[in-house]
Design a protein around this ligand. Structure first.
Ligand code: HEM
Length: 512
């Protein structure tokens, strides 16, 4: 057989020509010089070397990414704050503050700070890859204000209380499942059940119909998408410039998500429900979230576009499911771990409420509200910086000039453990939230620093949805069952990848 020319061509591997032609040593030297310059620029960028923090973190993002990747950045950040004080440089372009005085400055209604680049990783795009503006990710103040106004009535407490009947069938389904556990005396993986419950509840509120996650489990495979999405945001949000090469790139996104069609199904549902709401007159029963937004558009088309209706509805699923489930798990776990608090709450709830629970009645119970606040304090579902960027020209924060383009923020997990605001911060103490004659000022301060839902301009739009869900569900459970942790709660653990998701909440239910 005749040799092909290709085979006869001398290979660099056999001749060793590569080593002789490429000046490896000079290239290595150039690389080291460039890297050193990069580190120097990072460290001294616009005077940021004055902000205290570890040397390595000031020259490279690698330690920060490693800390986030290990799902324990709050532990590392706490240590850094203990060592360096109220303001710490976590990475060349990331600064963490933990001070009461900065809450208003960074997040207040009239703040000049805008959302950091981190949030752009969470933006929705349509099928053509065009950005669908949403309040969560937009940096444009006017767009943000318009979006908030356009959906304000749908997120208001008054509307949500009217939507309670939409969630009732979901709650009944949950109780049937828990009754079965109680009758059989089996241990319930309550963390998973709660996740499914919250998913069904948020679908019911948003679209007027749920996906029966409680009985079918994750049949739409939304959890996988949401897990990838939050871990991706946590890790690559530290280097947001990468996003355009990763999930923002449609080919890469398709490769990662594979043939997962759940987002498309969600989008279809949002589109169908929006169209159905347009074609029927305002209904007599409780209106769901999409219907309320459609009515807003009917009255004044300029207030909200169709894409924005879809964006809001889809945002409810991604922002409102894991977060609320996490808060509920924390509230239940902490209660069951603390028998005195559990007994106090059982007494309050059982003496004052009956099934079916209504928020109007349940929200009057001070100890129930206190237990929810204490759980949100000790285990805020969002456990990383609520990042912001200063306006053009920068801003002075905690005595340091922070130039534009730099991410600065407060991590709820740090501020909520500040002993000056919350004395004995590592102790579960719901009573700290109860009003007394002498603690008015302290309470004001604590409420200002409870930033589990954020604060001010970008405060969580869905806080009332979660509060109603949590209040009603916890009261319902305590009226119907006696609860106790299986194995003393030994399997309960959590990881912090932006969302502080737990696993192993195993509970034994007994009918009362
Ligand atoms: C316990 C449950 C929840 C927690 C702890 C939580 C936490 C947060 C936090 C901390 C922010 C502010 C982020 C920032 O300032 O940088 C936020 C914003 C937001 N949340 Fe929630 N959330 C929860 C439930 C929900 C629900 C149920 C929904 C919707 C149904 C929702 C929708 C939103 C939206 C749309 C924003 C953006 C608001 C804006 O930027 O103006 N969240 N949430």
């Amino acid at each position: 057989m005749a040799d092909s020319g290709v085979l006869r061509t001398p290979s660099v591997l056999t001749t060793g020509k590569l080593q002789r032609d490429i000046p490896v040593l000079p290239m290595f030297v150039v690389f080291c010089v460039l890297l050193t310059c990069h580190f120097i620029v990072n460290r001294y960028h616009k005077g940021l070397h004055k902000v205290p923090g570890p040397f390595l973190n000031s020259i490279s993002t690698a330690p920060r990414i490693w800390s986030v990747y290990r799902s324990r950045s709050h532990v590392d950040d706490m240590k850094l704050h203990r060592k360096y004080g109220k303001i710490v440089r976590l990475a060349p372009r990331t600064i963490s503050v933990s001070s009461t005085a900065t809450v208003e400055h960074l997040y207040g209604i009239s703040t000049k700070f805008v959302k950091s680049e981190f949030f752009k990783l969470g933006a929705f795009t349509d099928e053509k890859g065009e950005y669908i503006p949403d309040p969560f990710s937009t940096q444009d103040r006017h767009v943000h204000s318009r979006l908030k106004r356009g959906a304000a009535n749908a997120y208001s407490l008054t509307s949500l209380v009217k939507m309670e009947p939409l969630v009732s069938p979901v709650t009944e389904r949950l109780l049937r499942i828990l009754d079965r556990h109680a009758e059989a005396g089996t241990v319930c993986d309550f963390g998973d059940v709660l996740k499914n419950y919250v998913m069904d509840a948020i679908f019911a509120i948003s679209f007027g119909q749920d996906m029966n996650y409680l009985e079918k489990g994750d049949h739409l495979r939304l959890y996988r998408v949401l897990d990838i999405f939050t871990s991706y945001m946590a890790i690559f949000g530290q280097i947001p410039w990468c996003h355009k090469f990763l999930l923002k790139n449609p080919r890469f996104a398709e490769w990662v998500a594979g043939n997962n069609t759940s987002q498309l199904q969600m989008m279809d549902l949002a589109i169908q429900e929006t169209e159905a709401s347009f074609s029927k007159p305002p209904s007599e029963g409780p209106e769901n979230f999409v219907q309320l937004l459609v009515n807003n558009r009917r009255k004044s088309p300029a207030t909200i576009s169709i894409d924005e209706i879809h964006g809001n509805a889809l945002g409810n699923i991604s922002a409102g499911s894991d977060t609320t489930a996490t808060a509920l798990r924390a509230a239940i776990y902490l209660l069951l771990k603390n028998p005195t608090a559990y007994q106090t709450l059982c007494k309050e709830v059982r003496d004052n409420l009956q099934l079916p629970v209504s928020f109007k009645e349940a929200s009057k119970l001070p100890y129930l509200t206190a237990c929810i606040k204490e759980a949100l304090r000790m285990h805020p579902p969002v456990g990383m910086l609520l990042g912001r960027q200063p306006p053009k020209g920068g801003e002075v924060v905690a005595g340091f000039h922070i130039p534009e383009g730099i991410e600065i923020g407060i991590n709820p997990m740090i501020l909520h453990y500040d002993a000056e605001v919350f004395p004995g911060p590592y102790t579960y103490n719901p009573a700290r939230w109860l009003k007394t004659e002498s603690n008015q000022e302290q309470l004001k301060q604590m409420n200002r620093c409870l930033i589990a839902f954020g604060h001010g301009r970008h405060i969580c739009s869905g806080q009332h949805i979660s509060t109603v869900e949590m209040t009603n569900l916890i009261a319902t459970l305590l009226i119907r069952y006696d609860l106790k942790l299986a194995n003393g709660g030994r399997n309960y653990t959590f990881k912090n990848l932006w969302f502080m998701t737990q696993s192993g909440l195993e509970v034994i239910f007994c009918m009362r």
